[in-house]
Design a protein around this ligand. Structure first.
Ligand code: PLP
Length: 446
């Protein structure tokens, strides 16, 4: 006969078996799972009842903190009156209203909004808009897309093609043809322990000139970059770098796409990174913080001129043959509008801005602890880069991640880089606690 403990462990491993987890070492995780049960504000509660301070806003998405009542209420109310309505040749008021509100937050003439359901879909949508835009203007030869090494643009075929993380590409055969990549801007020899924007490296944008000469501008549709690369370990653009990309794109009629899936909605202490850096892209992708992570939603923001290029044909023709069953989904729109209300009424972007100096000072106190080769920060983001253990890339940071979780702190690691991006509601005391746990764990592991 089996003991009740045996029965429980058999049934738990059976329960865990069916879900093929994304971006996870499934066998390792299922042997030693970490399961979250509930969340509120700055904290998760694990299934064993432990409180876990969230230093990553879920996956960079819960900018207003967890389980906000007004968002939950808005979703529930919407579900009772209009659960679903198509937006193909039909409509319902919510996405129109939401698009209007978003446009009011956006810089420059970014004033048209296409809805998707995730960052990956937003990226693929933006790449398709870029290609179709040039075709609509009679420049159909502009089919080449330029990404950047170490860029992360989600997991669609477009996104991994322009993305620059080899681990995300190598399993999937040939990707989009005609894609090229700029070099990334991360150089510890020049920029280690930078606070805010590094001063060295703007010249790396000039590599775009080289690619333009190599391929000819008449073949290049768009350049896509994350203003601050997040998933690859928080790579902050050198001072003047994004401005240079903008001016090279302008010179050659190339569209500039900012992937703001992480930087959008207050992460840098401004609504968007475009505001922070004073550079307006032609297309911008967002997701995550758009709904505070509560319902999946992504969006592409387009400048008026990009949109209008599509509006020249016969009126009954569909201008862009693209869209998703759930584009502008009622529940996602309800969640997004309630989220935007919170951002505005609580002044959360300003709050992020005002605490960012304290944040910067706090994370840099970790300098000198064992293994740390860089600390960098901007807005409410920071990275702590560790020297990898010989022949075991990623293991050092992964072990720290597990130990932090056991000590009640959720961090995110990518390779040997710890990335921190807490909800924007974080208070000083919570920053102190985060840094204390990290200090203890880093010290104990040597
Ligand atoms: N683009 C960027 C910059 C991201 O950071 C992410 C996700 O982290 C994505 C796109 C993909 O978003 P999603 O996972 O919602 O598809």
């Amino acid at each position: 006969m089996q003991s009740s403990a045996q029965v429980q462990s058999v049934s738990q491993s059976d329960t865990l078996a069916s879900f093929w987890m994304p971006f996870t070492a499934n066998r390792q995780f299922k042997a030693q799972p970490r399961l979250l049960a509930t969340a509120k504000g700055m904290h998760y509660t694990a299934v064993d009842g432990r409180s876990i301070l969230d230093a990553t806003a879920g996956l960079w998405c819960v900018n207003a903190g967890h389980c906000r009542e007004s968002i939950a209420t808005a979703i529930a109310q919407q579900a009772q009156v209009l659960d679903y309505a198509p937006t193909f040749q039909m409509g319902h008021p919510a996405p129109f209203e939401l698009a209007d509100r978003l446009v009011q937050m956006l810089p420059g003439d970014l004033n048209r909004v296409f809805f998707a359901n995730s960052g990956s879909e937003a990226v693929d949508t933006a790449l398709k808009i870029a290609l179709a835009y040039h075709q609509a203007r009679g420049e159909a030869a502009r089919t080449r897309l330029i990404g950047r090494e170490r860029g992360y643009h989600g997991v669609g075929f477009g996104g991994i093609s322009v993305g620059g993380i080899s681990g995300n590409r190598k399993q999937f055969g040939s990707l989009l043809p005609g894609v090229d990549h700029l070099p990334h801007t991360h150089d510890l020899a020049q920029n280690a322990f930078t606070r805010g924007v590094p001063t060295w490296g703007a010249h790396l944008a000039d590599d775009l000139e080289r690619l333009v000469k190599l391929h000819d501008p008449s073949t290049i549709a768009a350049v896509i970059v994350e203003p601050v690369a997040g998933s690859t370990g928080v790579l902050i653009p050198p001072q003047g770098y994004l401005q240079r990309l903008r001016s090279i794109c302008d010179r050659y009629g190339i569209l500039l796409i900012f992937d703001e899936v992480i930087t959008g909605f207050g992460r840098l202490g401004t609504a968007f990174a475009a505001d922070y850096f004073g550079v307006i892209p032609d297309l911008m992708t967002v997701a995550k913080g758009l709904t505070n992570g509560a319902v999946p939603m992504g969006a592409v923001f387009a400048r008026q001129g990009v949109h209008d290029a599509f509006m020249q044909g016969p009126e009954p023709s569909i201008e862009l043959c693209h869209g998703y069953t759930y584009s502008g989904h009622p529940l996602a729109c309800a969640a997004a509008m309630a989220t935007l209300d919170i951002y505005a009424t609580e002044g959360l972007f300003e709050q992020a801005q005002s605490i960012s100096q304290y944040w910067e000072d706090a994370v840099h106190t970790l300098q000198g602890l064992p293994g740390i080769i860089d600390i960098r920060n901007i807005g409410l983001v920071a990275a702590i880069e560790l020297a990898p253990w010989p022949d075991q890339p990623g293991k050092r940071a992964y072990d720290i991640f597990v130990q932090c979780f056991e000590a009640g702190l959720l961090i995110r690691v990518t390779g040997d880089i710890i990335a921190l991006s807490p909800p924007l509601i974080i208070q000083r005391g919570q920053i102190d606690r985060m840094i204390d746990v990290l200090r203890q764990v880093l010290q104990s592991r040597g």
